[in-house]
Write a protein that binds this ligand. Sequence first.
Ligand code: PMP
Length: 435
Amino acid sequence: TFLPLSLQTKMSRPVQARRLEGTDKNIWVEFVKLAATYSTVNLGQGFPDFPPPDFLKEAFVRALSGENHMLNQYTRAFGHPPLVKILAQFFEKLLGRELDPMTNVMVTVGAYQALFCCFQAFVDEGDEVIIIEPFFDCYEPMVKMAGGTPVFVPLRLKDPEDGKLMSSAAWQLDPTELASKFSERTKAIVLNSPNNPLGKVFSRAELELIAKLCVKHDVLCISDEVYEWLVYDGKEHVRIASLQGMWDRTVIIGSAGKTFSVTGWKVGWTVGPNHLLQHLRTVHQNSVYHCATAAQEAVAQGFQRELELYGTPESYFVQLPKELQQKRDWLVQSLDAVGMKPIIPEGTYFLVADISKFKSDVPDVPDSDEPYDSRFAKWMMKNKGLAAIPLSAFYCGAHKNNYNNFVRFCFAKEEATLKAANDILQKWKWENTRP
Ligand code: PMP
């Protein structure tokens, strides 16, 4: 049935839809491949290398091998009923308002699909979407694919106090600059607190400022809260949806990947008012339609357990941040000891560290198209076997050189992995200071 070669004609028309223009590069595709090839210690991509909690793994096994074989078949398109029910119950507690599991919650294929649904559902050609820099990189191409225009507003780093390590709280929005980005074209703002890559946890005052502007300009808030449980030093995660005037205009996005250390399961959710979620359901039913039933069943059981143990020392949402805070402190110490100044994160499982002191190892190339931190991260992977992600990956094209002396490390790693990273750093420092 194959045509003879002489009759075959190649396609000559452009095949790529215009909406994909400028969205073909992806930092993770590039760095994940490099890390797999070169790194011996991978503190790059954000995933735990320790096992998820037993109660969750057991719940998945039960879902697969238990009596209810229907857990291997399709479930409700907008979320497996036990999962949306328990999420509604859980968020009722967190938000202090009544929720309907069927209309105020929708399950997605990870937080990623939740974000995609939001941009497709709310953003039209010509709409502007405010994105706070540095940002989880997919926000920009997702806005563009929907036909919108991303408008960037930076967190600016305060000057360091002599000799002291800084906190991620030192990254701050300039209120006047933020206000200047809102106009009648603004459809939405994306908020990510706790923030990837900085680990910044937005304070109540900062969120109130954002909320006021949203209300004033009648703007939606897409609130990416996937790290909601990973908050340290007694800091409070404030939900912007609970601030005055915000419930009606906010979609909360969460992820079992971060919540239960199962990034590969790709179970996420959205919580919000029906008049917003109704449009997410339209996108969902016309694209993904349905998420893996057994994984949803297991996550539902995980939440059931967490609701019963809420706030107690046995709760995973209490234990995980406690363990991660310890890991954070180890990595902070390792980096500080070699002069790679870490900015101590208040949340998430990431931190950024200043690499300025190591510049003699990887000299600047004036006029290079590639930001310095990106060349540094690649050099570090290839020459030291240590993988991290350049901070410039979290800025838009025009701003990639604003902060290019930082790399992001993930510390959701086994003690042995963090120790191996420490060994690499110590050896590196020793080699550099050897007479
Ligand atoms: N938002 C942020 C801020 C993230 O860091 C991530 C994962 N790295 C996601 C969304 C996507 O989450 P998921 O794996 O659940 O799709």
